[in-house]
Design a protein around this ligand. Structure first.
Ligand code: FES
Length: 157
């Protein structure tokens, strides 16, 4: 199955291709665009981006898998990403990840059977001063405790 951007996505991709003198620089925003349209970056999207940029699918795949913000498989309605980098780790992120893992009944990288939650461990979310930190979809939650996580997750429908 091949991948095509929506009309708006195609226009945005065309705009990106004119915006950067080096076409390789388009790979990152193009992956964002694909993820915004599909919810994740499919194999077909990788091939499509590579063809349009003029590079190999292996290169685009390498970029997509280097950064934790790109999902290489579909995620649940709520993508719970907990930072496990140094500041967050020092303030108990591993325990919080375990807590969420038990609460949701899934290991990091997995999605609950109802498709509602995906749990991921990620690298620095760039808010180290308010560690520990998690993102749920596009929302940041900071200075986390097990209790605050419970309230946040229990409040999601
Ligand atoms: S270490 Fe967690 S946000 Fe930077």
């Amino acid at each position: 199955m091949s991948f095509e951007f929506s009309d708006a996505g195609r226009r945005e991709f065309d705009r990106l291709l004119t915006r950067y003198p080096d076409r390789m620089a388009v790979v990152l925003p193009a992956l964002h665009l694909a993820q915004r349209e599909l919810g994740y970056v499919s194999d077909e999207a990788i091939v499509h981006i590579a063809e349009r940029v003029g590079t190999s699918p292996a290169y685009v795949e390498g970029v997509a898998t280097f950064y934790t913000m790109y999902n290489r498989k579909p995620v649940g309605k709520y993508h719970v990403q907990i930072c496990r980098n140094i500041s967050c780790s020092l303030l108990g992120a591993e325990h919080l990840i375990e807590h969420v893992s038990k609460k949701l009944g899934v290991a990091p990288g997995e999605t609950t059977p109802d498709g509602k939650f995906t749990l991921s461990k990620v690298e620095c979310l760039g808010s180290c001063g308010t560690a520990p930190v998690m993102m749920v979809n596009d929302d940041y939650h900071e200075n986390l405790t097990a209790g605050s996580i419970d309230r946040i997750l229990d409040g999601l429908k």
